[in-house]
Design a protein around this ligand. Structure first.
Ligand SMILES: Cc1cc2nc3c(=O)[nH]c(=O)nc-3n(C[C@H](O)[C@H](O)[C@H](O)COP(=O)(O)OP(=O)(O)OC[C@H]3O[C@@H](n4cnc5c(N)ncnc54)[C@H](O)[C@@H]3O)c2cc1C
Length: 517
């Protein structure tokens, strides 16, 4: 991502560098609009690096009767599986059926048939209890009558954001991290004419001219653009996860677990060499400026569910390597609705050139982007048209051979994460750097590439969002920091003092935001 100087005028400014803002940037650049995106923290710093990383229709939404949301999500999942191999890939889900608890075989069959019909492909199958227990070693077999296998997809949420931003930048878009939108400039009729932006670390400020601003700041949306209807407001709902090293539970497929206390579905999902257990869904309150963390109550709730289904594994919080939490921006009208029953559909409100888009899902980012751009049409050049037919990502074919002997799954991941840059990462790498950082699916060779080319300002950006080892490994993978420093020193212009500060910041972050409660 090249650092171009900030221009005086743009067709469109996008505020927020999560999946929603990145999706809008990608589509607007495809439409030929001169677009600037600003993100006040790092790209994907918000909810978009803290999700369950599923690209899914969501069986739960089907159960709630949200047929359109599920259908759109399933269709987007199918497209992304085609258009982003290695970044969005299929994952098998298994769902146990017990005689005395959880939903029975009949309603699940109906839901899964509908789910497959939406995808246009038969994926699901039923297993008896013996087959199921073989697939899920350690599962509680008391009362187990069988189970289902079905398909969904998973991704690396932060890399999804970064690939959108990086390909937008290559096609002429511009994206700045650590740059906050501090005010909307309007003329005497109230129409948007510009936006004030400030680098949050250097304090350097600019006012750029633009007739249109898309506010894609997720849970922060009302800070920039309050909802006009007095009985509606954003309800921040927190969702937390625990990360468990893969060797503590031998699972190669995701398992859906129905919580014994409240009947909510939780998932234990293999991801990037570890297991993720989640999630919760509770009111967060309105403090959006403090780092979001998982609480002890949430951790206990999730472990209770896991231990109900895997009693013999004897897992405790001491087995977990990290936790992380994010906020769902959900627009609500009513009081006292159960958080899990609040709508996950996206919402848009517009006012004379300022268009806000929030809510929705990672999975449906293209639909959010298209809807936001359509709502912005009155303030965009007349010939600008949304194009949802083009693939979301540039098509970069995998090489026929395995360059430098890189195993096929790693090659596929690398192409998915970095698109056309994957080939040069391999070219430039020494053989020993084409191995994975232990406990992750990240190659050492990804580190210097990301450090040099992906707008990394801090070590936390590099190790939490460009690669994900910070949240996968115990203590953020502290033991690997000397080798990471060696790899990065030639490309990051940091002196010894700067390295000490960055290492301290990284350790502090891991010990607070990612600690296991
Ligand atoms: C626990 C959890 C699990 C989830 N799991 C899934 C899942 O598996 N699949 C799925 O499809 N969806 C999932 N979701 C939903 C999905 O993660 C979110 O819908 C999505 O990430 C929201 O993206 P966003 O870009 O709108 O918001 P964010 O990612 O929060 O981005 C908003 C950005 O705006 C920036 N910002 C705020 N104010 C300013 C300002 N003034 N100037 C500049 N920048 C600003 C913030 O720093 C932030 O980075 C999950 C959500 C949660 C909470």
């Amino acid at each position: 991502m090249e650092n171009k100087p900030i221009d005086k005028a743009y067709d469109l400014v996008v505020v927020g560098g999560g999946i929603t803002g990145a999706g809008v940037l990608r589509e607007s650049v495809r439409m030929g609009l001169k677009t600037l995106l600003v993100e006040k923290n790092d790209f994907a710093y918000g909810t978009s690096s803290r999700s369950s990383k599923l690209v899914h229709g969501g069986l739960r939404y089907l159960k709630q009767g949200k047929l359109l949301l599920t259908y759109e999500s399933v269709r987007q999942r199918q497209r992304l599986l085609d258009e982003a191999p290695g970044l969005v890939d299929e994952i098998d889900f298994l769902m146990p059926i017990y005689r005395e608890r959880g939903p029975g075989r009949l309603p699940l069959t109906a839901g899964l048939v509908l789910y497959d019909l939406m995808a246009g492909k038969l994926y699901h199958s039923h297993m008896d209890s013996k087959e199921f227990a073989e697939m899920v070693p350690g599962i509680d077999t008391t009362g187990l009558s069988g189970g289902f296998r079905f398909m969904d997809a998973q991704t690396d949420d932060a890399r999804l954001v970064l690939r959108l931003i990086s390909e937008s930048a290559e096609d002429g878009g511009q994206a700045l991290n650590y740059t906050s939108a501090t005010g909307i400039v309007r003329n005497e009729d109230g129409a948007v004419t510009g936006i004030d932006i400030t680098d949050v670390e250097t304090g350097e400020s600019h006012t750029v001219s633009t007739p249109a601003v898309i506010n894609a700041t997720g849970a922060w949306a009302e800070t920039l653009h309050p909802v006009h209807e007095s009985d509606m407001h954003l309800r921040p709902l927190r969702g937390s996860h625990l990360v468990i090293p893969a060797d503590r539970l031998p699972l190669t497929r995701a398992v859906t677990l129905i919580h014994p206390d409240d009947g909510r579905p939780l998932f234990i999902i293999p991801w990037e060499g570890a297991l993720m257990l989640g999630t919760t869904d509770i009111d967060h309150g309105n403090d959006l400026n403090t780092e979001v963390t998982a609480t002890a109550e949430e951790a206990a709730y999730m472990m209770e569910c896991l231990n109900t289904y895997f009693p013999e594994a004897n897992l405790t919080l001491g087995d977990c390597s990290a936790s992380f939490a994010g906020i769902r921006p959900v627009l609500t009208r009513k009081e006292n609705v159960d958080p899990s029953k609040e709508s996950r559909e996206h919402v848009i409100w517009a006012d004379k050139g300022l268009v806000t888009v929030t809510g929705g899902k990672l999975t449906t980012f293209r639909i959010l982007a298209a809807d936001a751009l359509k709502a912005t049409k009155p303030w965009l050049p007349a010939d600008a048209r949304v194009d949802l037919k083009s693939p979301a990502f540039a098509k970069v074919p995998l090489p026929a051979d395995n360059p430098k002997g890189l195993p096929a799954p790693n090659l596929r991941n690398l192409y998915g994460r970095y698109g056309k840059h994957a080939a040069s990462i391999i070219d430039r790498a020494e053989a020993r750097d084409l191995e994975c950082i232990p406990g992750t699916h990240t190659l050492w060779a990804e580190i210097p590439f990301a450090a040099e080319s992906e707008n990394v300002r801090h070590l936390t950006d590099l190790l939490l969002r460009r690669v994900r080892m910070g949240m996968l490994l115990k203590d953020g993978g502290r033991e690997h920091l000397p080798r990471i420093r060696n790899l990065c020193e030639p490309v990051l212009n940091w002196d010894g003092d700067r390295w000490e500060t960055e290492l301290q910041m990284y350790n502090d972050y891991v010990n607070t935001a990612l600690r296991v409660p």
